[in-house]
Write a protein that binds this ligand. Sequence first.
Ligand code: TRP
Length: 452
Amino acid sequence: MDNSSRSTFTGKLGFILAAAGSAVGLGNLWRFPYLAAQYGGGAFLLVYIILAITFGFVLMVTEIAIGRKTQLSPMQAFGALNKKWGWLGKLATLVPILIFPYYCLIGGWVTKYTGVMISGQLEASADDSFFGAYISSTFDPLIWFGIFILATTLVIIFGVNKGIEKLSRFLMPALLVITVGLSIYVVTRPGAGAGVKYYLLPSLENLSAKTFLAALGQLFYSMSLAMGIMITYGSYLSKQQSIEKSARQIEIFDTAIALLAGLMIVPAVFVFSGGDKEALGTGPSLMFVTLPKVFNSMPGGRWLGVAFFVLVLFAAITSSVSIMEAIVSGLIDSFAMKRNTATFIVLIYGIIIGVVCSFGFGIWSGVSIFGFDILDFLDFISNSILLPLVGMLTCIMVGFAVKPEVIINEIELNEKFTIKKFYIIMVKWVAPIFIFFILLSSVLSTFGIINI
Ligand code: TRP
């Protein structure tokens, strides 16, 4: 790749927004709330926030610095830092490959709901069985999935990235405003108190190794960490800008949206299920089952529903584009493929696996892999196994092969790194050891070898 032609983001805001556009997506709005609901509300939040400030921050700074230092995409960046570690770049690229198809399937669900709101079927969609009937049908979900994955592909082909960057400036703040407004509305409903309490107050009996693993996987997923994305963005960051501050701003924005999304959805479940805790365990369907009920109960809910799902759709597209781009550029870099060929291959692959995932809710709903349905299985392998694994290996590589000083020097090109000592201890020891143990205990327990 010709480094001299590598463009840099125009302003400070440009980088933050592009990175935030990749980070803020279905992970925040769809995945975070249902995980928080499943893994004990406040306990999950607490663990998540602690991990975000420590591990998340360390990894974010590391990845941005690797990208800016090497000016390369992840496929080559690891190898450029240390020859023996080149394979880690390939492993990191495996994550987007696994996530891409099902991310687009969920994107299709969001597209469907946008259509439902626009065409005035809000009341029907607020019915308990609406969502289940939709995802288990054979063709309808495929059509919406097709629309979403094609839209993502078009953005990649025409590279309307500039346009997306411009749109982000307007739509990201809009998303924030709507999310704040809706959470205020939900929290002030009668009966929401119990839900708010469940969401915010940590109770220790809900805490287990699985909570840590789920929170850690979610953290990496939500911040697009441990899969090379931030390395790519870092390679576009200009040398004058502060890595530390940028990392902090992306983290704060991403976490704020996730926390608010939870505050909007978890208490709403309490209100509309009459305090039934079981309703919290419905997993991936949580957002689609609960939110239509909230909108349906509001005056003017239909238009809020439209606005909300359009914004989620937008957040999902900016993220799915970054996922697809990671795979496409990986193919180009490793097989010297043409851009269009690579894009086409990824599209076909995405469609095939996406269709399989969709059938996993319908005609193939009997299929179960280690007790997961197909989508959940892909989600588990990528987020609960590969992301923590790549995160751990990146820390070990930086800590012992590359040396933390290399990263610190890159950060200190233009300012003092305020947490140098903390960073070194974290990268070398705390992060790898900690991640190793939760990974081990959770994998063993998932496959029934130990009971935690
Ligand atoms: N972070 C995004 C979200 O919260 C998802 C995402 C963007 C992602 N880029 C990625 C996930 C690359 C895996 C790989 O929805």
